[in-house]
Design a protein around this ligand. Structure first.
Ligand code: UDP
Ligand code: MG
Length: 337
């Protein structure tokens, strides 16, 4: 029994809010902040957060910084901040793993019943925290900030509009801004989302596809005050590739053959159709098959199609193997009585 428990991933183990372990450790609010080389902003940011929380009588909180392999003095700055306020914590990565990794570890550590995430560069405004929490309490599981008036260069804002439109269409959740650092969550969401690679851009989409109630509110956005952005233009290429992953894993995780099999059948069918027509023509004596390049196209389609179907079958085997061995159902459960 003991062994089985340690095998269960953390995000499943702590998902149930009725769990006594969770109750004991639970606090009201966790503020999670991933950062990379942001030493100049940190004292100001911390001061602003603590002021807002005090003003709103939110005293049962923790602030968890995740230093994602900074090469500047960020960690020392946080160590000094902690001397004055022991609700401040920091997890320091040995090297830079990326914002998703930082968030993933922060999600794992968070003890709050509610969770706020924000960037460390002062572009997100802590004054929005009460409004985000109020919206959550209306009955949402995830409230995303919407940088309605945005202070970023045009090279970023225009591709970002396209990115948001496509993500909204593909995922089915109608948001203007998926990738705002400022978000509020109920604890269940952060314990069940699995963030890796560069998936932090899709958290609202992933949560929505898992059945959580997701919405957004407009939030104030500021220009970057110190340092520079940590993401280049490559973000958009990777961003769209990741969208494909989101779609396939969220929708077809439990039934990969439906995805690969469908593509495989379409390709094979196309190949059989093309080669069928050519063969019929050959039978009727119209042409010679040896000088019909389309024949090879048809053959290639059939082979690729069969490969897709086989891939789907292999994926099914892997899923089944994992299901049987880990008894890992991995479905998002809203309640138990
Ligand atoms: N960040 C991080 N790891 C990285 C890149 C960025 O923790 O590999 C942090 C960064 O310090 C900031 C937040 O993620 O707190 C958002 O990054 P940035 O401001 O560079 O993104 P932008 O606002 O330009 O989209
Ligand atoms: Mg920024």
């Amino acid at each position: 029994m003991q062994q089985e428990n340690t095998k269960t991933p953390y995000y499943k183990r702590e998902r149930n809010t009725n769990d006594s372990v969770v109750e004991k450790r639970s606090i009201f609010l966790s503020v999670l902040i991933p950062l990379l080389n942001e030493e100049e902003s940190l004292p100001e940011l911390t001061n602003q957060i603590v002021t807002v929380l005090n003003e709103n009588k939110i005293l049962d909180y923790e602030i968890i910084f995740v230093d994602d392999g900074s090469k500047d003095g960020s960690f020392e700055v946080i160590r000094n901040l902690r001397k004055e306020n022991n609700r401040i914590h920091c997890i320091r990565f040995r090297r830079n793993y990326g914002k998703s990794a930082a968030l993933s570890v922060a999600f794992e550590q968070a003890k709050g019943k509610f969770v706020i995430t924000m960037d460390a560069d002062l572009q997100d405004d802590p004054k929005e925290i009460p409004a985000l929490l109020a919206k959550i309490k209306e009955g949402y599981d995830l409230v995303s900030g919407w940088k309605k008036k945005r202070y970023d260069p045009i090279s970023k804002t225009i591709p970002s509009k396209l990115f948001n439109a496509v993500t909204s269409m593909v995922s089915g959740v109608k948001l203007h801004d998926f990738n705002c650092g400022l978000k509020a969550y109920r604890r269940d969401v952060v314990k069940s989302l699995y963030v890796y690679g560069e998936m932090h851009r899709y958290l609202p989409a992933l949560a929505f596809m898992d059945g959580y109630r997701v919405t957004e509110i407009p939030v104030t956005h500021h220009p970057r005050k110190y340092g520079h952005t940590k993401f280049g233009l490559s973000r958009f290429l990777y961003g769209f590739l990741d969208l494909l992953t989101v779609l396939v894993t969220a929708k077809y995780m439990k039934r990969p053959l439906h995805f690969f099999g469908l593509v495989g059948f379409i390709l094979s069918f196309l190949g059989i159709l093309v080669d069928g027509v050519l063969t019929a023509q050959w039978f009727m004596g119209n042409t010679n098959l040896s000088n019909r390049p389309l024949l090879w196209f048809g053959i290639a389609m059939i082979i690729v199609g069969v490969q897709f179907i086989s891939l789907g079958l292999i994926a099914e085997l892997i899923i089944k193997y994992n299901m049987v061995n880990n008894k890992n159902n991995n479905y998002s459960i809203i309640d138990r009585i």
